[in-house]
Design a protein around this ligand. Sequence first.
Ligand code: FAD
Ligand code: MLT
Ligand code: ZN
Length: 474
Amino acid sequence: LSSERFPQLKRGDFARVTDSDLQVFERLVPSRVLTDLEDIEGHNVDWSGTCRGDGQVLLRPKTTEEVSAVLRYCSGRRLAVVPQGGNTGLVGGSVPVFDEVIISLSLMDNIISLDEISGVLVCQAGCVVDKINGALEPHGLMTPHILGSKGSCQIGGNISTNAGGLRMLRYGNLHGNVLGVEAVLANGDVVDCMSTLRKDNTGYDLKQLFIGSEGSLGVVTAASLLCPRVPAAVSVALLGCDSFAQVLQTYNAAKRMLQEILSAVEFMDRASMEVVQENLHLTCPLGTHSYYLLVETSGSNAAHDEEKLNSLLGHVMEKGIVDDGTVATEPSKVQTLWALRENVAVALRADGCVYKYDVTVPMSRFYDLVADTRKRMGTDVTRVVGYRHLGESDIHLNVTCPQNSEDVFGALEPWVYDWVAKYKGSVSAEHGMGILKRDYLYHSNTGSAVLLMKQLKKLMDPKGILNPYKVFPD
Ligand code: FAD
Ligand code: MLT
Ligand code: ZN
């Protein structure tokens, strides 16, 4: 249980679900109240298997009105709840800590409208990213964000975590691409901020409060999303470098030489490449290098883009910045190269226990964190890996070992966070705080900022029933 990993945690002063509560739930969401613990098991444990709760009830509303009725009732009874999307979150935010009622959005997966001209899609919050892309594809459109969990994660979960992903370099984050949000507050009130307008400076931009607040301020029930056109041409280069200085030079050259067609630059170290090869049997077309960069271009003219990418490859090889490289333009080959990067998280999980750190540190220092961690952990762990969305200055530092070890955990925390704070970085670049990072909120925020966050929480959820124990330290 999460309460075992965090022994200092005490259950909040919330009511416990009774038989008469179950009868009311059955009236509010008929035949969609799950109490069989086997059915709930997968919803009590997070994707990485790190956090486990003890939820006894799972509710599956289909409409905003049902979510509203459930929250109004839970608020009246002082029952704590945890909103759950695809349960792919990586900070333990999506599962109960004790016996919170799980509100799953999975049945709220209708696409409501699509305006092909403006590219604005309106849908319920439980739509899975792959499903949205399936609906957009015939119209030549796609989501502005894409991530390795796209087969399971939901737009409501993405919004609640302000998910970054692999296209952020090109399209920016969800604070810019989500045009409207509908959310239900803890007391059941529905807040309708469902604008579909790109420009709308009429008062406070309230929808932003729900983007990245991890289900602590409201349950997102619908959203409108600005979707770009699918590029006519996509090319990818996989490059191998043998020094960190070469990585930075290559990144600079890619920005300079590819400019408007550059759509992603991802970084993997040798240990990341090894883990996808060893645990998932994927094949890397290059030899062994200390670092790898995956550079993607997206544009409207395949010949032009390929020529530019090839000339980048020629330039960096000639200058000796890159030691080896390959370019793919055929969609299945492009996908094969992307799979190496997208599957690092999945491959790491096969090692057993993964300690995940998703932090922002200055560009020039980011690999020092991985190297210092490797030195510190020595042979006590299976591997220490670093991968990242290179354009966004975060680094995914992951440490694996066969099973959870108090010694390993104790050596990593708070050491990693102190390292990040020393360089004025952020302790969570894209995954949020959840329960795993909540104790470090002050490492990346001033006291005045946390105070205002707490005041907003109090205002919007006075009884604290929405996703308690998450985001804020005690
Ligand atoms: P969940 O995991 O179910 O929930 C996440 C949080 O949001 C929880 O706090 C939950 O309470 C809350 N929540 C969920 N739905 C709602 C709702 N409708 N209303 C209110 N609160 C809600 N993240 C990135 O940022 N970038 C990546 O590149 C990336 N890649 C990943 C790759 C893999 C293989 C995996 C497993 C995860 C990855 N993630 C990444 C993390 C994760 O997928 C994202 O955080 C995603 O946005 C979570 O969506 P979800 O629907 O699974 O939400
Ligand atoms: C990624 O970039 O692959 C995701 O954020 C998942 C992870 O950090 O493991
Ligand atoms: Zn990431």
